[in-house]
Design a protein around this ligand. Sequence first.
Ligand code: UD1
Length: 426
Amino acid sequence: MDKLVITGGRRLDGAVDISGAKNAALPILAAALLTAEPLEISNLPTLHDVGTMLRLLERMGVQVRRDEGRVALQADAVTSLEAAYDLVKTMRASILVLGPMLARFGAARVSLPGGCAIGQRPVDQHVKGLQAMGASIAVEQGYLVARIERAGGRLRGARIVTEMVTVTGTENLMMAATLADGTTTIENAAREPEIVDLAEVLVAMGARIAGAGTDRIVVEGVERLNGARHAVMPDRIETGTFLCAAAATVSRHRGEVVVRGVRPRTLDAVLDKLREAGVALECDADSIRVTANGHALVGANVRTSEYPAFPTDMQAQFMALDCIADGTNRVTETIFENRFMHVQELSRLGASIEIEGNTAIVKGVPRLSGASVMATDLRASAGLVIAALVADGETTIDRIYHLDRGYQAMEAKLTALGATIRRVAG
Ligand code: UD1
């Protein structure tokens, strides 16, 4: 297993380009199953999870032609309607093939994702929604086995009220509804920008969708979908991660970092909290500049919640900032029940954090010091990288494969900004 070795205390300076969004790319790739015509996707991030989704599609018989940040997909000769355990267990978002497969082919067999490090993460809302649309779904030997028994083998439109706001659940149901008979309404829908990006692709493919980006999405099913072209939106979590890294280092060592190719409007809650924490930010239409304003970081309380509130995927990175700020701040996690595994590792770097239920009370310390730590999940790893960038001496982060799931070339991007960071093969 590869490790990252980071020597802290370097000044970051310069510009960094943000890649396409992982959480938009994954459902968009799954949408290729909805049509026999080619789907051409650009601004595709080079990430382990994207590779997993492409392998999953290839195994089903989807033609995949990839060239750097572009991929052309064609599902005109699908040979298998199964997503097997060996791939699904490495990436929970594999569940996104369920809705499209079922809607187009009338059957699907998808391994249950199982538990994951940041909590239980069940898929009951995906299942209930598809059942409301007429699917029969059973669990057999660890697999969700879904079929449509209606004459004609098509799903039917339904009114679905999800019990909680679920991002991939909303995406699965929205994709399934595009090919259903009649109109589907998804109430309590997730409003994440990635859902809007997926809806744009589906509409370009001929789907009829209204309300994506609101909590009520209405989909009028069509007979068939066609091919389309689409550029994946920029990754707002990668953007936020580089903003936190810049804020942490700029506050200590000055310098100026510009994060380019971004959509500031998708980051309102994060930008508000960074400003509250004492970070100087200037936004343009597609870039954000972090500058030293001569003031110490004061940190901020954050509470994760569904979009447009503060994202759970930015919690660990923001906590790293609070660790080095003046004062005591509270970080409350409301989405996942076990998403504080980075606390123990940040403490190894000298952070002062106490956990009370779903809240971490973070008392800022003047210095962190390098140590050996372990990445426990994707965003936790990013939080550790930020802490390591400002810690005295050397930090070794083990199990860095978590980072490779969701950040394209993170060490190359940080090196270009002036960080001292290298990968050591395990
Ligand atoms: C997506 C993101 C992930 C992000 C998360 C929350 C992708 C590929 N992943 O994950 O990066 O951290 O949103 O913003 O887009 N739940 C149920 N039953 C369900 C579905 C969800 O109980 O059927 C619960 C989950 O356990 C969790 C909450 O609902 O507590 C939100 O989960 P959800 O929005 O579904 O997360 P993902 O879509 O898996």
